[in-house]
Design a protein around this ligand. Structure first.
Ligand code: NDP
Ligand code: AKG
Ligand code: MG
Length: 425
């Protein structure tokens, strides 16, 4: 289709998606990117430069990404007009080109627009948020043995209190809903009904099962020992508790899991390796202390949207912080890769922050596209830059004898290691 503001690169082709959701990736795929608000301006260009260098090193002139800027957030309001935060053609392009990457987008607290990040996930039904958490050698960490943390979070991305269904205190909607709850549903537990904002927490069987299925399949494909369902089901029985029950049910129905020692934990035989995979659950508050005390007990994590948000930042801190925490939002045929962190506004435009999270999100994207050689180069390049102690402020302030790098210098250091790597064409 013809776009109003988006310039489609003439030298690129579209990634297409087969019925089984596998990708056909041309040698010059068009990849849409959203620069992002705040530090987006610092990290997105560096990410692109590093990815281009890795692709060039891996494949010479045979392959290259044709980057296509699409707009969302503050930049969109400059390009399209004051109220255009998420233009229809941006959504259309993200759908049409299937695989994309984005910088962070600002969400004001309290009032103002609702989260564009959440809206993108909901509009495109990107129902799994995958956030791997592992330690890179040399990264400073607040825990004694950061190498023991090796988890991958599967966060439900479309439901929960995070769907943003809520009414402000004293609004017509809040008054009406509270009246309905008290008078027609017999609710007596709203402590201050006259001054109460109110939110709704939808959690469904379908939403839970499609998420848990992805988590268990990941454990099978990647030879992982366990999948843990993290919930607060003792308190929120029909939402978080149901998430746990539906998770176990899915494990039994879809993967043939059986009760372990009488349950509730289950186990299933990995059809690819013959090893047993334990399906277990833990209550969210206990989980947050156990990831500090016994991180080695956990591998694949399947959890609800809000828990997943908290757990992502907490786990990222254990391995060095959200400067190095990548992620992917995946749905049926559309995926958007993005960092775990936000726009860090106090650092915007200073060429200061760590671009590692977005670069590692791009590494996940390259792997998802089947460009494993380029992905491996990104990974080895960033590892080598960290091991050489050439790092941005967030690591430098915790690492003795490190050399402080700007965002762009850190990117160039990674590229230097990529270019010096063995292999490629
Ligand atoms: N997916 C998305 O687009 C997300 C968007 N947001 C949005 O971002 C905005 C700001 O949110 P906020 O709560 O401040 O969280 P942020 O993640 O933006 O920043 C919090 C702190 O994390 C550290 N940090 C973040 N990014 C980096 C980086 N690349 N390198 C090094 N350190 C980093 C900084 O720590 P220090 O101060 O110690 O240096 C920073 O002050 C909000 O509008 C929020 O809604 C938030 C999360 C995700
Ligand atoms: O959308 C936002 O502004 C915050 C989202 C967030 O924190 C996350 O997805 O981890
Ligand atoms: Mg978050």
């Amino acid at each position: 289709m013809g776009y109003q503001k988006i310039r489609v690169p003439a030298d690129g082709d579209k990634i297409t998606v087969n019925a089984d959701l596998s990708l056909n990736v041309p040698n010059h795929p068009i990849i849409p990117f959203i620069e992002g608000d705040g530090i987006g301006v610092d990290i997105s260009p560096v990410m692109i430069k590093v990815v281009d260098a890795a692709v060039q090193k891996a494949y010479g002139t045979k392959r290259a990404i044709a980057w296509m800027e699409v707009y969302c957030g503050e930049k969109s309001t400059k390009v399209y007009g004051p109220d255009e935060w998420m233009p229809a053609e941006t959504l259309e392009a993200l759908r049409e080109y299937s695989v994309s990457i984005k910088g962070p987008l600002t969400t004001p607290v309290g009032g103002g627009i609702r989260s564009l990040n959440v809206a993108l996930r909901q509009e495109l039904d990107l129902y799994v948020c995958i956030r791997p958490v592992r330690w890179f050698k040399g990264v400073p960490s607040p825990v004694r043995a950061p190498e023991k943390t090796d988890m991958i979070i599967f966060r439900e991305n479309s439901e929960d209190i995070y769907a943003g269904i809520e009414w402000k205190a004293n609004s017509e909607g809040a008054i009406k809903l509270i009246k309905f709850l008290r008078e027609e549903m017999g609710v007596t537990k709203i402590r201050f009904p006259e001054s109460c904002g109110i939110g709704i927490k939808p959690v469904s069987e379908e939403g839970t099962k499609r998420l848990v299925r992805k988590a268990i399949q990941y454990a099978i494909d990647n030879d992982k020992p366990s999948v843990t369902l993290v919930h607060k089901g003792n308190i929120m029985k029909f939402t978080e508790g149901a998430f746990k029950d539906w998770g176990y049910e899915l494990a039994r129905e879809r993967f043939g899991a059986e009760l372990l020692d009488g349950g509730p934990w289950m186990e299933l035989k990995n059809p690819k390796t013959g090893k047993m995979i334990v399906i277990k659950d833990v209550i969210a508050d206990a989980f947050l202390q156990q990831i500090l005390m016994r991180p080695e007990d956990y591998s694949v994590i399947a959890t609800l949207n809000l828990n997943g948000d908290y757990i992502s930042d907490a786990l990222a801190a254990e391995v060095g912080g959200i400067g190095i925490a990548p992620g992917a939002n995946i749905g049926g045929s559309v995926s958007i890769f993005e960092a775990t962190h936000g726009t860090a506004p106090k650092y915007a435009g200073q060429d200061k922050v760590n671009p590692g999270s977005l670069i590692l999100s791009a590494e996940m994207m390259l792997r998802y596209m089947g460009w494993t050689e380029a992905a491996d180069l990104v990974l080895s390049g960033i590892s080598a830059a960290i091991e050489a102690k050439t790092v941005t402020y967030d690591f430098e302030r915790l690492m003795p004898d490190a050399t402080l790098m700007k965002t762009s210098q850190f990117g160039d250091a990674i590229i230097g290691h990529i270019n010096r790597a063995q292999g490629g064409l």
